[in-house]
Design a protein around this ligand. Structure first.
Ligand SMILES: Nc1ncnc2c1ncn2[C@@H]1O[C@H](COP(=O)(O)OP(=O)(O)OP(=O)(O)O)[C@@H](O)[C@H]1O
Length: 364
């Protein structure tokens, strides 16, 4: 657990970067500091490992004032990941990852074998260990940066805009990877970003900062989206916050309808005036047959119109709305957790479900 108690940082030129910050980061969670540029996120983060010293106030880690630990020994328990990974260009990937274990006195063999293990943990092939950072893509470098921060198995990980230099697709991969890793490692992670989408995606708690290093709101992503504390937070999280909030609204009991179905490889009995949903032999949806399509003989996949996205029961309603809106038949296909067809829903049904939900988005 990390506690900020009345923490203020004023730089020598008089800039107050962080103003009386009070906040507790729970152990084993991902807490995201988010806010516009210059609002004190990085300064707050770097005060935790004493790369920046607070002007006043106290920071406690597991109840212990960080000022009572020498910065070098404090940092052994705190991994640090920065934008563009910050790898040493003249060291191989393996030696980059082994940096902290070597500094802590491990022998070279043990440090390298730990590094090889970590490459795998972050989803990179071991052969990559021999390469130099310049021979890796941006996303791969970021993974190495994460591996390096994890090398000494620190309980705390500080991540400063770690994924902001990669393209959106790689970024999503890295976010998923971080969530997967956290499921296994259970670290206390503080993650800085200026991107609200990233914040609500990966944060269990989100701290929204405003200019002058003032904490505007601290809560779960769902709370920040549904009940922004003030106008600043409301405008920072954006006008589509209602739609984003659907990410947190789940429905296990949404009522579904049925449509005519056909199976690939079998004859279609009596094409009618409605869309026909085509399934494979295991009941997984493959696509749609438009109304009044005649099929001679067994149904091949060539005559199908691609389906929209699928909605898995029990997952957030945002997926249900997307399935309904992206379906050529104007009905979203609902599947169970094994991907088997359950039924269909219209956008209207999803909206009715949202409106009837006690936690409905935007309703206090
Ligand atoms: N060494 C410094 N000397 C003086 N002012 C500084 C120094 N470092 C940061 N600042 C100022 O402190 C404020 C907070 O900066 P900080 O880097 O913590 O913000 P941030 O929210 O992380 O911003 P960004 O998203 O742009 O990185 C800014 O106004 C910045 O200009």
């Amino acid at each position: 657990m990390i506690e900020f108690r009345d923490v203020t940082k004023q730089y020598p030129d008089g800039t107050v970067a962080v103003d009386k910050l009070n906040l507790t980061v729970d152990a084993g969670t991902i807490t995201v500091f988010v806010g516009p540029s210059g609002c004190g996120k990085t300064t707050s983060l770097r005060m935790v490992n004493r790369m920046i010293e607070a002007t006043s106030g106290t920071i406690l880690i597991d109840g212990k004032d960080i000022k009572d630990s020498a910065p070098a020994s404090l940092r052994l328990g705190i991994g640090y990941v920065i934008q563009q990974a910050g790898l040493f260009p003249h060291r191989t990937v393996l030696d980059n990852i082994a940096t902290v274990p070597l500094l802590s006195g491990w022998d070279k063999r043990k440090a390298r074998s730990r590094a090889a293990e970590l490459l795998e943990t972050v989803g990179l092939p071991t052969e990559m260990g021999k390469r130099y950072p310049v021979q890796l893509s941006g996303g791969q470098q970021q993974r190495v940066g994460v591996a390096r921060a994890l090398a000494a198995d620190p309980p705390i990980l500080l991540m400063d805009e770690p994924f902001s230099a990669v393209d959106p697709v790689v970024r999503e991969d890295l976010q998923n990877e971080l969530l997967r890793l956290q499921g296994e490692l259970d670290k206390t992670i503080v993650f800085v970003t200026h991107d609200i989408d990233e914040a609500v995606r990966i944060g269990e708690k989100v701290a929204v900062f405003r200019k002058g290093g003032v904490l505007a709101q601290y809560g779960t992503p769902a709370d920040v989206l549904r009940y922004p504390a003030d106008e600043f937070v409301a405008s920072f999280v954006g006008r589509d916050r209602g739609y984003r909030g659907l990410s947190f609204l789940e429905s296990s009991g949404i009522a579904v309808d049925q449509v005519p179905t056909a199976t690939v490889g079998e004859p279609v009995s009596g094409a009618g005036s409605d869309w026909v949903l085509v399934l494979d032999a295991n009941s997984h949806p493959c696509g749609w047959l438009p109304p009044n399509t005649t099929v001679d003989g067994p149904l091949g996949s060539g005559s199908l119109v691609a389906g929209g996205s699928l909605y898995t029961t029990g997952t957030p309603l945002r997926g249900a709305l997307d399935a309904a809106l992206s379906s050529p038949a104007s009905r979203g296909v609902v599947v169970d957790s094994d991907g088997k067809y359950v039924g269909v829903i219209t956008a209207r049904q999803v909206l009715d479900e949202i409106e009837g939900h006690p936690e409905s988005v935007g309703k206090p």
